[in-house]
Design a protein around this ligand. Structure first.
Ligand code: 3PG
Ligand code: MG
Length: 373
């Protein structure tokens, strides 16, 4: 996909450049103040900032942070992000949270005009939010010379390339809790990939469609037909064993009960929360022989050490495989970090929803804006 690049902006020496970044990063409270707990998205933007400064430009960045719903909310101030950024690079100004103004999410043209007003050029380096038709994404390209940042361009190339010309076998792993959220992308992947592995809470809608009993595991009865169609392709691989806890037993923070292993059927009074060891072995086998792997969504509640084995085994299998490994989505990216294998992945997308939408629809509102469409 042809997107305008920084070079297309020409000589930007002495120019004021507005960069839309996605610094929607997690914050934690430490010693009574909020600090950035994962700066992957911030560090990702540094090469662009350095490049723009080396070209003599004056750099201002803008981002959203959380969902303050159009009004100033103290805990969503970018101040902690600004401070963190200031420790990584000098001379880059960061504007206050764009979503403090209702005009941002409303894609209000007047808000976009005001935002763009004091700048000569615009760069979109916010892949993670380019699926949102918000003012800071949509309006500047209609007003001033605009370009795609290098990460955004690379993300788009990598993800679209995956669907057009993957090294085979192409294996996709889809997980997470909600089948409804992942149905669209799973439909696309079933047609593009050789095998689609389904794990996480969404797998039990597949189990139910296969006639297995699932106890009190997550299920979306409104999607049973869709899921049955996916299964009929013969390319979907679901877990055959699980770790489960008694219904109501706490997990994901607190809770000490040991999970029980079930193969095939899950009795009433139990909720499956991770894939089991047999499935981990089967999935590992498939991943070992893959040419390309796309991973989106965890296999279980991996924040809970009792329910992390399945997700860890997938992360480890990917780390050990020679396949081109592409990790998309916040949870999977967090998982490869947590299990210490992030550096062994070929590519980790900074965008969750955006990477899924790009894979599903082949384009995003923010990319159309940059192309002047
Ligand atoms: C994200 O973190 O997924 C992006 O920054 C988009 O945020 P949003 O889902 O609040 O639009
Ligand atoms: Mg999100």
């Amino acid at each position: 996909m042809r997107l305008p690049s920084i070079d297309d902006l020409g000589d930007i020496s002495g120019k004021r450049v507005l960069v839309r970044v996605d610094f929607n990063v997690p914050l934690v409270e430490r010693d009574g103040r909020l600090v950035v707990s994962d700066d992957f998205r911030i560090r990702s933007a540094l090469p662009l900032f350095h490049d723009l400064q080396a070209r003599g430009a004056e750099v201002t960045a803008c981002t959203h942070l959380g969902r303050p719903l159009g009004e100033p909310v103290a805990k969503y101030s970018v101040e902690p992000v600004r401070e963190h950024l200031g420790n990584l690079i000098e001379g880059v100004t960061l504007l206050e949270n764009l979503r403090f103004s209702p005009g941002e999410e409303d894609n209000d043209r007047a808000f976009g005009v005001e935002l763009t007003d004091s700048y000569d050029c615009y760069v979109n380096e916010a892949f993670g939010v380019s699926h949102r038709a918000h003012a800071s994404i949509m309006v500047p390209p209609t007003l001033i010379p605009s370009a795609a940042g290098p990460n955004l361009a690379h993300e788009v190339e990598t993800l679209t390339g995956l669907l057009t010309n993957p090294r085979r076998p192409f294996v996709a792993i889809v997980g997470g809790a909600k089948v409804a959220d992942k149905l669209g992308i799973t439909k696309v992947l079933v047609n593009k990939a050789d095998t689609v592995i389904v794990g996480g809470g969404m797998a039990f809608t597949f189990w139910k469609a296969m006639g297995l009993t699932i106890g009190d595991s997550l299920v979306d009865d409104s999607r049973l037909n869709d899921v049955a169609e996916l299964l009929a392709t013969g390319r979907v691989c679901v877990p055959n064993d699980v770790w489960a806890l008694p219904t109501g037993s706490p997990f994901g923070g607190g809770g000490t009960e040991s999970p029980t292993h079930f193969v095939g059927d899950i009795p009433d009074g139990y909720m499956a929360l991770d894939i089991g060891p047999e499935s981990a072995t089967t999935f590992g086998e498939i991943l070992r022989n893959a040419g390309t792997v796309l991973w989106n969504g965890p296999m279980g509640v991996f924040e809970d050490p009792r329910l992390a084995a399945g997700t860890r085994s997938v992360a480890q299998a990917l780390a050990n495989s020679t396949a081109i490994s592409v990790v998309g989505g916040g949870d999977s990216a967090a998982a490869v970090e947590q299990f210490g294998v992030a550096s062994q992945m070929s590519f980790i997308s900074t965008g969750g929803g955006a990477s899924l939408e790009l894979l599903e629809f082949g384009d995003l509102p923010g990319l159309r804006a940059l192309r002047g469409e």
